[in-house]
Design a protein around this ligand. Structure first.
Ligand SMILES: CC(C)(COP(=O)(O)OP(=O)(O)OC[C@H]1O[C@@H](n2cnc3c(N)ncnc32)[C@H](O)[C@@H]1OP(=O)(O)O)[C@@H](O)C(=O)NCCC(=O)NCCS
Length: 259
């Protein structure tokens, strides 16, 4: 019997993570209708811009012999990854990887969206707009190159990238993300809007409250709790619970500031 045809999803965010989500969708055989992005090309963050030029090896412009441009030499018109010949300067518009980029307000009613933006606050705000526009969160998008153990539960809108490992009975709330090569231990409980950055190691029984972020290569030791909207800095080692809305860095992790 033929498999049921899946409705195409819209990827929200046409930056670096958006393209990574597209890779996951293509590997998973999930059809993608296009991208939604309300940022003009010129207003994107330096972090997003820093991803962009890696796709521009074949572009014309002030590029060195290997196609690498210094940060301050990059062509702002190329930021946002518009394909060649696209306008792409205003919110939405143009194409990325051959797919249309629309303003989020243009999402068709009833369409499914997957937010591919690392910042939990931005994911919250955008989902409110998209739900108000009559859209619905997509089924969890899991790259088939990730490993999911038995008993793992994923809520709608979750994104799991290649190389991630989710151990037994790990549970992820709506719109949570586990990026490349990150590990989520057994019985870990992730709330809504949680981001686990590449290479991070969230140990068994850890609880990450709504909106928490664990930075790249950070470690959260077993059973600890990271509070709501808290941020664990890159490569930190969390040995004690982290209070809500607190940024911690270092090993052992100590508070740097409030958010
Ligand atoms: C923790 C973090 C949010 C701090 O950002 P910030 O508030 O802009 O802080 P600053 O860059 O101004 O740095 C403030 C101080 O903290 C230190 N610091 C920043 N990040 C640090 C980290 N991860 N580990 C140790 N020290 C760190 C800086 O060296 C600086 O110290 P100084 O005052 O002695 O010079 C950020 O550095 C970080 O680690 N983000 C995680 C990003 C990530 O993992 N991305 C993965 C890809 S999704």
């Amino acid at each position: 019997m033929a498999a049921a045809r899946q409705d195409p999803i819209w990827i929200v965010g046409a930056g670096g993570l958006g393209r990574e989500a597209l890779e996951a969708a293509r590997a998973a055989g999930t059809p993608v209708a296009g991208f939604l992005d309300d940022r003009s090309i010129d207003s994107r963050s330096p972090a997003d811009r820093s991803f962009d030029h890696f796709d521009r090896f074949d572009a014309v412009g002030p590029l060195g012999p290997l196609g690498l441009a210094k940060r301050d030499e990059r062509d702002p018109a190329a930021i946002g990854r518009p394909d060649r010949g696209s306008a792409g300067r205003s919110p939405g518009g143009g194409t990325v990887r051959g797919l249309p980029v629309l303003d989020p307000a243009a999402i068709p009613a009833g369409a499914a969206y997957l937010i591919a933006i690392a910042d939990p606050g931005a994911r919250r705000r955008l989902t409110e707009r998209l739900l108000a526009a009559g859209a619905r969160p997509a089924e969890p998008l899991v790259d088939p190159r990730a490993v999911l153990a038995g008993g793992v539960e994923l809520a709608a809108g979750c994104l799991v990238l290649a190389g991630a490992v989710l151990s037994c009975e790990a549970r992820l709330g709506p719109h949570s993300q586990v990026h490349y090569n990150a590990t989520v231990g057994h019985d870990a409980l992730l709330g809504a809007w949680v981001t686990v950055c590449p290479g991070a190691n969230v140990s068994g029984g850890v609880q990450l409250a709504d909106g928490a972020t664990v930075g790249g290569n950070a470690v959260v030791l077993g059973g600890r709790t990271v509070g709501e909207d808290a941020l664990v800095g890159a490569a930190a080692v969390v040995t004690r619970d982290v209070a809500p809305r607190t940024v911690v860095v270092g090993s052992p992790a100590r508070a740097l500031r409030r958010r």
